[in-house]
Design a protein around this ligand. Structure first.
Ligand SMILES: [Zn+2]
Length: 402
């Protein structure tokens, strides 16, 4: 591959610079770099250049994108909403492959260069969704890196056969084992957690568990998860998604739960949800807990909202957390970039020499401004390939005589 120069980029820590991109990596960062003969030179016009966004939690198999807008089917409880989704799923035209591909193309346009997708595994669809996502992952590998979580959307104890399906899912290519409300869905905290941790330990993979169970019950489950992560040598390889409970307990309950999560390096994913309690991001980070961000549902049976824009998601998390200071907006930004990249184990991530050239240009002067405005992206690059490029706006030429 020939070298390419990204000129006139604004880097958050060192101002204006040029970057030389070679063989899919950042080869040099300096001022005044000259393009070699025949090499392309892209002038970013001072746009902010940041590493690609990482969506730490998405459901590629659930999206209805590409289909006519579907009215939301209401369910009062998690169990009712699961039932509504299973009804809808039976009626859908087209394939999971088509809809997932549609969503991938959309998120790539927003500058997402890696993601973690959960995929439903239950007694009805079996491993068909997983196999669809494995095909999509292969066909989209030039666009985006995809990690897959085998997700028991209808429970494990409550859904005969799912435990074996999860085990087979890892053999077939899923990267992590999922879980769902061990108390609320399976009514068996020990049963579900023992089952999924046994699969993870056996295959040497991590876990990412959906937890909507509220209050002290949810915090008890978080401590049970942390205890198993530490005991089974899975420190740093377990995440809990949502963990609403952390946002609705007293200081003592929060403190002992955050301490357990930090000690076992269990990370928390939040999408800045609607009118439910959400994990207090700054308090968790201060307690040593890793927090990262994801979109979660995008136009599916669970929500008509969402578009997969992780910069807008950072804004939504900051908005819900009352973040106003620049440092807090930068924290929200980090949840959708460096923190999510660390959770996904992306070793060559970042804006530094030697890192993968997964880069996004944003027409703002700083990261806090980017979060506040979340404007359309000026550039999206994956491993040195330009996937989207929009010329920076220039002043209109004044017409003669006007
Ligand atoms: Zn989810």
């Amino acid at each position: 591959m020939t070298a390419l120069i990204l000129a006139n980029a604004t880097l958050h820590d060192c101002g204006r610079a040029d970057l030389r991109i070679e063989n899919g990596r950042i080869a040099e960062i300096a001022a005044g770099l000259e393009a070699a003969p025949g090499a392309e030179r892209i002038d970013l016009g001072g746009a902010l250049l940041v590493p690609g966004f990482v969506d730490g939690h998405i459901h590629l198999d659930k999206t209805l994108l590409g289909l006519p807008f579907q009215p939301h089917r209401r369910g009062e409880t998690v169990a009712e909403r699961i039932a509504r989704e299973r009804e809808l799923r039976r009626e859908l035209p087209g394939s999971v492959d088509e809809r997932a591909r549609h969503l991938i193309e959309q998120v790539v346009g927003f500058g997402t260069t890696a993601l973690r997708s959960h995929v439903d595994i239950d007694s009805e669809v079996g491993l068909s969704g997983l196999h669809a996502l494995l095909r999509v992952r292969e066909s989209a590998r030039e666009l985006i890196d995809i990690q897959i979580v085998a997700f028991p959307q209808s429970g494990i104890i409550a859904e005969p056969g799912v435990k074996d399906l999860l085990d087979q899912a890892i053999r077939d290519g899923a990267d992590l084992v999922g879980g769902l409300d061990p108390a609320g869905i399976d009514n068996d905290v020990t049963g579900q957690l023992d089952a999924i941790f046994a699969i993870a330990e056996h295959h040497g993979v991590g876990l990412d568990i959906h937890l909507h169970d509220p209050g002290p019950l949810g915090c008890f489950e978080l401590r049970q998860i942390a205890m198993r992560a530490a005991a089974l040598g899975l420190k740093g390889r377990v995440a809990v998604s949502h963990a609403f409970a952390l946002g609705a307990v007293d200081d003592a309950e929060f403190g002992r739960t955050a301490e357990a999560l930090a000690a076992a390096d269990v990370a928390i994913m939040t999408n800045g949800p609607g009118p439910v309690p959400m994990p207090p991001v700054k308090r968790l980070v201060a307690a040593g807990v890793r927090v990262f961000a994801g979109s979660d549902n995008i136009r599916d049976a669970w929500s008509p909202y969402g578009n997969g824009d992780m910069l807008e998601r950072a804004m939504m998390i900051g908005y819900r957390q009352g973040f106003l200071a620049d440092a807090d907006l930068a924290l929200a930004f980090s949840l959708a970039t460096t923190a999510a990249a660390r959770e996904l184990g992306l070793a060559d991530y970042g804006l530094r020499v030697g890192a993968a050239a997964d880069l996004v240009g944003i027409p703002t002067a700083s990261i806090p401004e980017a979060v506040a405005l979340h404007p359309p992206r000026a550039l999206v690059m994956k491993r040195g390939h330009v996937l989207a490029l929009h010329e920076p706006p220039r002043p209109a030429k004044r017409r003669e005589g006007s």
